[in-house]
Design a protein around this ligand. Structure first.
Ligand code: DSN
Length: 430
């Protein structure tokens, strides 16, 4: 088992060193197909693991509640400047610890308790913080949900896409204070323009949750919601390829309220080491090479969806416009659940996550679907021919799931491909 280049710094703790080494091996010898994951650059990791973890900095640059923040102020300012430039926004807040915190901060800033919000239902592709009964958001605000159109078996009609007519009708009937665009399990492009149009028809504010496509937007592969939305929230670790964390962009008129909702509204001391990592990632995402990367992420997802279709998997909405491929397993094998498929693929060295598909008859814990993504393995340099092979390997593993030797043989082939595409061996070249 190879050791990671970062182990040298923590050899004093052999238990953690060993665990990190094993995780390094897992990440680089198996396929990472979770749509919300990526391989960050060593530069992002170095900043995130830096001396800044020592510093308390409650407040914002120029208005801190602790001394010694002159340099930290420069770092956070740099991150904010890079982020506003990357997306062409008026104002950035880089302190949210996660995407969920970012979403709740925007709700807190723009809404009063009990206000109505129109957002996508979790089992249709939305996020927990879009008003799921399991989330505290549904206890504070009144969420009304929209979803996707029915599945279409007519190849000339794309089904399972956001039901814009229903969204518009709900907006007119419910008069929400805020409409939330954005999804967590949805493979089509979301038009910020249509959402703005509907929000304007009913006098609503618009928040665009760009957690998944943030990198695709930064790279120019997807439309930028910033000119249309009052606020745009996202995580920094998915397609954007930064450290784990969240961020908010907003119009100047909302800046003060949103900053106050993040701190002191929700969070205490910001994670300045993560903010430095975010700053590095924002710079990386502004390079032409990043646009080339995000174009390849989308192209690979299209090839992957088509190849999976050829293997007998039904692809939700019939294809993809982004980095995700949502697979309905029922036509491949009516007995196969998302839970079992995820577990079998894990044994075969293929890391995925089970996911409900629209109108899934199975529970969120069992599911009938898998959500796959191309960001991580595209970072590692994989292209069309590798994603075609991965589709074939997935099919072999799932069909041969009762046969240990079949799974072992897939795992060996996976390790061979991964050996040729180690992200940290080649990172600086793409
Ligand atoms: N992190 C999100 C995702 O995997 O898409 C869910 O919260």
């Amino acid at each position: 088992m190879g050791s990671s280049p970062f182990d040298a710094y923590i050899t004093a703790d052999s238990e953690i060193t060993d665990l990190l080494s094993r995780e390094w091996h897992r990440q680089t010898s198996t396929l990472q197909l979770i749509a919300s994951e990526n391989f960050t650059s060593p530069a992002v990791m170095a900043a995130t693991g830096s001396i800044l973890t020592n510093k308390y900095a409650e407040g914002y640059p120029g208005r801190r509640y602790y001394g010694g923040n002159q340099i930290v102020d420069e770092i956070e300012d740099l991150a904010r400047r890079r982020l506003t430039a990357l997306f062409g926004a008026d104002h950035a807040n880089v302190q949210p610890h996660s995407g969920a915190n970012a979403n709740v901060a925007v709700y807190q800033a723009l809404l009063e308790p009990g206000d109505t919000v129109l957002a996508m239902r979790l089992d249709q592709g939305g996020h927990l913080t879009h008003g799921s009964p399991a989330s505290m958001t549904s206890k504070i605000w009144r969420f009304v949900s929209y979803g996707v159109t029915p599945r279409s078996d007519d190849p000339s009609i794309i089904g399972e896409i956001i039901d814009v007519d229903n969204l518009r009708a709900l907006a007119h009937a419910e008069r929400p204070k805020l409409i939330v665009a954005g999804a967590t399990s949805y493979s089509r492009q979301i038009s910020p323009e249509i959402f703005r149009e509907i929000a304007d028809e009913v006098g609503a504010l618009l928040m665009f949750d760009a957690a998944h496509p943030a990198g695709l937007i930064a790279g120019g592969s997807h439309p930028n919601p910033v000119p249309y939305a009052d606020a745009v929230t996202f995580t920094t670790h998915k397609t954007l390829r930064g450290p784990r964390g969240g961020a908010i962009l907003c119009r100047e008129e909302h800046a003060k309220k949103i900053d106050s909702a993040v701190f002191p509204g929700q969070q205490g001391g910001p994670l300045e080491h993560s903010i430095a990592g975010k700053a590095v990632a924002f710079k990386e995402a502004s390079s032409p090479a990043f646009g080339d990367y995000t174009d390849r992420v989308v192209a690979n997802a299209r090839v992957f969806a088509a190849a999976l279709g050829q293997q007998g998997f039904r692809i939700v909405s019939g294809g993809t416009d982004n980095h995700q491929v949502i697979v309905d397993l029922r036509e491949f094998d009516a007995e196969l659940t998302g839970k079992v498929a995820q577990e079998v693929l894990d044994v075969a060295g293929i890391t995925t996550n089970r996911n409900q598909i629209p109108d899934d008859p199975r529970s969120p814990f069992i599911t009938s679907g898998l959500r796959l993504g191309t960001p991580a393995q595209t970072t590692a340099g994989m292209g069309a021919s590798e994603f075609q092979t991965i589709a074939e390997l997935m099919s072999r593993a799932l069909r041969g799931r009762a046969d240990e030797s079949a799974l072992a043989s897939v795992r060996d082939e996976v390790a061979e491909i991964c050996g040729a595409f180690n992200p940290y061996a080649t990172f600086t070249t793409h």
